[in-house]
Design a protein around this ligand. Structure first.
Ligand SMILES: [Cu+2]
Length: 71
């Protein structure tokens, strides 16, 4: 089985309320890593991403869009 070299990062994010928010967060992360896989759960307030980016960079990208990262 092939081993993935991209860690899964899960962030708790406050302030996302609709599909536009999910799009904005996804675009912000993919602007820094175009190959990032991003799954946003607006209702649950979580963002999961498989990326080569370090966690703090993903966090920063989300906060730059105006959402608060809580963990
Ligand atoms: Cu929205």
């Amino acid at each position: 089985m092939e081993k993935t070299d991209q860690p899964l990062i899960t962030l708790k994010v406050e302030g996302m309320s609709c599909g536009h928010c999910a799009q904005a967060v996804t675009a912000a992360i993919q602007a820094k890593d175009p190959a990032a896989k991003v799954v946003v759960d607006v209702a649950g307030g979580t963002v999961k991403t498989e990326t080569v980016l370090p966690r703090h960079v993903v966090s920063m990208a989300v906060e730059e869009e105006g959402y608060a990262v809580k963990g």
